[in-house]
Design a protein around this ligand. Structure first.
Ligand code: ASP
Length: 502
């Protein structure tokens, strides 16, 4: 049987048909509209009242053009402040950074921690010396992109077609200026590119090869595809069941897991995904998570967290009685693969080999979107986010990170936010903006607005992720509803500190 293809994981099988219907009705509406407009023009030629309206419109148009010129002048003056800007109105400053949500409790992030501490130390001295929030956001994220330790910039993971597609955005809270790039493949620093879109174009977002071209023309750094480490897909191309992110729900983690054995993935019964996470506990006993992709006989994908034990070189896991009480036997081979033996009486072919997944979840894994939020000594706010996108994304998919309001938002009136998590949900819930809206319209504090949304509303809907945020007082929040979030903070009063779990 052939391996699963994208089609099997299409959750919107009737989308093509729906799109066609929408297209048809749009066509009908626009045709009707065209007829009405044409009829209107006929009237305009003979009706003096309409002509006078046209004259007013002409005047308005001239005024609008003048406004645009004024806005451009504003923009230029803003840029010159940015370039020469120095900022020492008060002593307060704060920067929080993140290196992505942690969905798997066993994932080890050791290499990221010293790097993030360094980023915070550098940012701290920049801010103490009066650097602008927007500059510090850009520089902190660019350092994380260049490190190769995250799923952003150099370390970006490959999509399912083994291509690189990067997304990033940046926002300046002073005048709600913003810039973003999406699905770019050859830019060294997507965050710098996002800043260039903000500073050097009249637009907010540019995508694909034309964005690359624009950045290159404006002096941005391009790189060959070999620059990227191609961290590989998290699950070696094995698409996950939709609800895998639910694995995150475990808050009882206080530190890195020394006793984590690893994660193995493969296919059983020919082509059904099976994932095994082994967290060794005591002696021969192990904590095991196993996850199963969608299967015609077993239905939707699911996962179970169970006790296991090593007996005669095999890991044995007993399913609870309500799921049939079968014993799963994973034989550990000398080549570090596990072989799931067929023990289920109804499914004699439910067997297969699982190979250990590479570095992404090992000691030097490359997971993690990156983000930064800053309050500078002028009380100005800025935010930015950069990513290679969600694990195993299909080519062309764009997540929330480059979407202003979803993955990134900054408004001096409220807060600066950078999000990480399952982008599709963050877009639908307009997460970053929603936090600022709760502050603005419901008068909530940043802490209340962010934790209510992440820990209550989104969690209740099963949506996993987290945010970092700062407000004008320099208060910061780093909240998540996943197993962990790679995150760090420093302020004028607080030395850099980096954490992954609790
Ligand atoms: N939000 C990112 C995306 O959906 C992924 C992440 O933050 O882990 O592209």
């Amino acid at each position: 049987m052939p391996p699963p293809n994208f089609g099997e994981f299409n959750r919107f099988p009737d989308k093509g048909e729906k799109a066609m219907k929408t297209l048809k009705s749009t066509f009908l509406i626009s045709s009707a509209f065209a007829v009405a407009v044409t009829a209107g023009q006929g009237i305009a030629q003979t009706n003096p009242t309409i002509e006078s309206i046209a004259a007013v419109n002409e005047a308005n148009f001239t005024k609008a053009a003048a406004n645009t010129a004024e806005e451009s002048a504003d923009k230029v003056s803003l840029l010159s402040t940015l370039e020469t800007g120095h900022c020492e109105v008060d002593d307060t400053f704060a920067i929080a950074i993140h290196g992505g949500s942690v969905f798997w409790r066993g994932a080890i992030h050791a290499a990221k921690i010293p790097l993030m501490r360094q980023v915070l130390t550098d940012a701290r001295s920049m801010l103490a010396n009066g650097a602008r929030a927007i500059d510090v956001v850009e520089s902190a994220i660019a350092s994380m992109e260049n490190s190769g330790h995250f799923n952003a910039g150099k370390g970006a993971i490959a999509n399912q077609a083994v291509g690189i597609e990067l997304d990033a955005s940046i926002m300046d809270g002073r005048q709600l200026q913003a810039g973003a790039v999406a699905a770019v493949s050859n830019l060294r620093n997507p965050i710098v590119a996002a800043r260039m879109v903000m500073d050097k174009s009249d637009h907010v977002m540019m995508v694909g090869p034309n964005a690359e071209h624009f950045i290159e023309q404006n002096g941005g750094d391009t790189v060959d595809v070999s620059y990227f480490l191609h961290g590989g897909q998290n699950f070696s191309g094995v698409p996950l069941p939709d609800d895998m992110s639910i694995l995150a729900a475990d808050d009882n983690i206080s530190s890195e897991q020394d006793d984590y054995l690893g994660i193995w993935a493969g296919v059983i019964s020919g082509n059904f995904n099976h994932i095994l996470v082994v967290e060794k506990t005591e002696g021969d006993k192990a904590q095991v998570i196993y996850a199963q992709g969608p299967h015609p006989a077993w239905g939707e994908g699911f996962y179970r967290r169970l006790e296991g034990s090593f007996v005669d070189g095999a890991l044995q896991v007993m399913e609870p009685a309500e799921f049939g009480g079968y014993k799963l036997t994973y034989r550990l081979n000398p080549d570090d693969t596990f072989f799931l033996e067929a023990t289920h009486p109804d499914f004699p072919d439910a067997q297969g080999t699982m190979t250990r997944l590479p570095s992404r979840l090992g000691p030097d894994n490359k997971s993690g979107t990156v983000g930064a939020v800053v309050r500078d000594r002028c009380g100005d706010l800025a935010a930015g986010t950069s990513t290679g996108g969600f694990d195993s994304k299909i080519p062309g998919r764009v997540g929330d990170s480059p979407i202003i309001g979803a993955g990134t938002y900054a408004d001096n009136e409220t807060a600066a936010i950078s999000a990480t998590g399952h982008g599709e949900f963050f877009m639908r819930h307009v997460v970053a903006y929603d936090i600022t809206a709760a502050m603005k319209y419901r008068d909530l504090s940043l802490e209340q607005a962010a934790t209510n949304l992440i820990k209550q509303d989104l969690l209740a809907k099963g949506l996993r992720g987290g945010v970092i945020a700062v407000d004008r007082d320099g208060s910061f929040v780093m909240t998540y509803n996943t197993s962990g979030m790679v995150r760090g903070v420093t302020t004028n009063a607080l030395e850099p500190s980096v954490k992954v779990y609790k």
